[in-house]
Design a protein around this ligand. Structure first.
Ligand code: OKP
Ligand code: ZN
Length: 343
């Protein structure tokens, strides 16, 4: 399987993540992508290619223009304001407040944030832009007839909404890829999100639509991030009713149970009649992941890839989370190898 990868991911190298009341070294760090790349080379999975540059237009098919402009300009405004640390919001427009974007940088941060652990830094926009191009290039490969492709995106994307960032995500890579497949002629695209965390941004982007099915397997949002979306009763709205499926699971869920949920999700994708499948591939379901509570073992990721392959759909894997850096490479590549053993 071909991997699409950009060295530009390194430009996202934040010093701080707000965690447990402290500013810590971020979980979402450059070495994550390097571990995955190393494993790809070790296992000789296939060629590794640079992305093409499709520009801003396909990003604007998903994201609000004001939000994209915010991501491009915020670091400059933050440094001009004279702040010493990395850019973080202090106030957010919650219930009954005005939904108006303020003029001052600190207010803009609150307006466009959906969670506050993720600092904005020099280079974040450039890395997020490159990550979106990695996703778009993968989609182009499927369009050209590849049975499978791996977009080694970093930073991740599934917590990015049309008009907000958070949860280590800025641009929704999987959503941008799905829309580009539709724009190139696909009638129906399914997104299956196997990251430990609910793909709240992806769900919201397609919630009213019948041309994109979103299925997510994740930790119960009553117990874990992103907390405010991902419940089983969220099934879509209007024309999108029935095209959203959430399967939340409790702490300690082992692969045996998780795989039953995967079967339900894959059946939903099969009945939908998708032309292509995008996997939001987070491997933070791993038993030793530092910020998650499922119990998958490294071999389980091989099985997962095989189960996905049995659908027989052109499949784009888009990297999302996974934080136990020693194992992230093994686990992510196990999914891809499991897929290829069946295909
Ligand atoms: C991004 B992705 C845990 C706080 C969680 C944010 C997690 C973002 C995960 N106490 N902080 O879905 O892997
Ligand atoms: Zn995650």
């Amino acid at each position: 399987m071909e991997t699409i990868f950009s060295e530009q991911h390194r430009l996202r190298d934040a010093k701080t993540e707000f965690f447990g009341g402290e500013l810590i070294a971020p979980h979402e760090k450059p070495s994550r992508a390097e571990y995955v790349l190393e494993r790809i080379k070790k296992r000789q999975l296939g060629p590794v290619s640079d992305p093409q540059d499709f520009g801003l237009d396909p990003i604007h098919t998903i994201h609000d223009a004001g939000f994209v402009n915010f991501l491009q300009t915020i670091w400059g405004e933050w440094t001009t304001a004279g702040f010493k640390g990395e850019a973080m919001p202090t106030a957010l427009p919650v219930r009954r407040m005005a939904q108006t974007c303020p003029n001052f940088v600190e207010g803009k941060l609150g307006f466009y944030a959906n969670s506050v652990e993720t600092s904005l830094t020099q280079g974040t926009w450039q890395a997020a832009y490159a990550s979106a191009q990695v996703a778009l290039t993968g989609a182009a490969r499927l369009q050209a007839g590849a049975p499978g492709v791996f977009s080694l995106c970093r930073p991740p994307g599934h917590h990015a909404f049309a008009d907000s960032y958070g949860g280590f995500c800025f641009l929704n890579n999987a959503a941008i890829a799905a829309q580009s497949l539709l724009d190139q002629g696909a009638a129906r695209v399914a997104i299956l999100d196997v990251d430990f965390h609910h793909g709240n941004g992806t769900q919201d982007i397609f919630y009213n639509r019948e041309d994109v099915l979103f299925v997510s397997l994740h930790g119960d949002p009553l117990e874990t991030f992103p907390y405010f979306l991902g419940h089983a009763d969220e099934t879509g709205k209007g024309a999108g009713e029935g095209y959203n499926l959430n399967i939340p699971m409790p702490a300690g869920t082992p692969f045996r149970i998780w795989r039953d949920a995967l079967r339900v999700g894959l059946e939903k994708v099969r009945n939908f009649g998708a032309d292509a499948l995008i996997i939001s591939l987070g491997v933070d379901t791993f038993e030793n992941d530092p910020i998650s509570f499922f119990k998958l073992k490294s071999d389980d990721f091989l099985t997962m890839g095989g189960d996905i392959a049995k659908l027989g759909l052109p499949t784009q894997f888009v990297m999302e989370g996974g934080y136990d850096v020693d194992e992230i490479g093994v686990n992510a590549v196990n999914v891809l190898e499991g897929f290829e053993q069946v295909n």
